[in-house]
Design a protein around this ligand. Structure first.
Ligand code: PGA
Length: 262
């Protein structure tokens, strides 16, 4: 773990109106105040970003977006730019989620372009990688995450890579109730870290945070977080209720020796 602070991030996807989002974070910020060993973020839909970030100001909980455009401004109807996300109070931005890749045709090249676009604004990309079921069954998981990692991070400096977050999310585990086993998740995440080491050196590989995502729940969090290379979780379904999200935060804070209060 080399001192990396785990990040528990909730990806709300296309759920929650503004009142629902604000009442969630009001409750969360009271309840989550004591867990200092982990960092917490919520990623609401764009419409709720401004009020959520405002409600979280002065707390240690960060706001993040679920996607971004690669230009700062321009004639791109329907899109949201890195400048706008920064202005809204975001710290994180999820890039290349498998649903964006699957339903909106996002490629590794586009992911790379978006990552390069957000870094100058001080936003922290959470770059998602992960294999589909057919790819796992065909035994090409490593090849897939290798190619996604190499292409997604192309052209970045080791310092930039060290500061970002990678989320390993096997597509077959997202929203299905099937989690990768702790050992499986550790193996692939350890492999991704080795890929980063080959390309950007040990310092970047030792600092970059790599999360697991895919059906993370309070009950499976501690086991996953006990793995040496897993630095937190990207949580979908279980991040929509305060109780279950808090259960994950608690389990992650307790799952690493010496992390609570660190
Ligand atoms: P899930 O989603 O926790 O509902 O499986 C994870 C994700 O899509 O980030």
């Amino acid at each position: 773990m080399e001192g990396r602070r785990p990040l528990i991030a909730g990806n709300w996807k296309m759920f929650k109106t503004v009142p629902e989002a604000v009442s969630f974070v009001q409750e969360l910020k009271q309840a989550a105040a004591g867990f200092k060993g982990v960092e917490v973020a919520v990623c609401p839909p764009f419409t709720a970003l401004v009020p959520v970030a405002a409600a979280l100001r002065g707390t240690e909980i960060a706001a993040g977006a679920q996607d971004v455009h690669w230009e700062d401004r321009g004639a791109f109807t329907g899109e949201i730019s890195p400048v706008m996300l920064k202005d809204a109070g975001c710290r994180y931005v999820i890039i290349g989620h498998s649903e964006r890749r699957q339903y909106f045709g996002e490629t590794n090249e586009l992911v790379n372009r978006k990552i390069k676009a957000v870094l100058p604004h001080g936003l922290v990309p959470v770059m998602c990688v992960g294999e589909r079921l057919a790819e796992r069954e065909a035994g090409v998981t490593r090849q897939v995450v290798h190619d996604q990692t190499v292409a997604g991070l192309a052209g970045l400096t080791p310092e930039q890579v060290a500061g970002l977050v990678i989320a390993y999310e096997p597509v077959w585990a997202i929203g299905t109730g099937k989690t990768a086993s702790e050992e499986d998740a550790q193996q692939v995440i350890g492999y991704i870290r080795a890929v980063v080491r080959d390309l950007y050196g040990s310092e970047a590989a030792g600092r970059v945070r790599i999360q697991y995502g895919g059906s993370v729940k309070p009950g499976n969090t501690a086991g996953l977080m006990a793995m040496p290379d897993i630095d937190g979780a990207l949580v979908g379904g279980a991040s929509l209720e305060v109780d279950s999200f808090l259960g994950i935060i608690k389990a992650a804070a307790g799952g690493r020796a010496g992390s609570p209060g660190a």
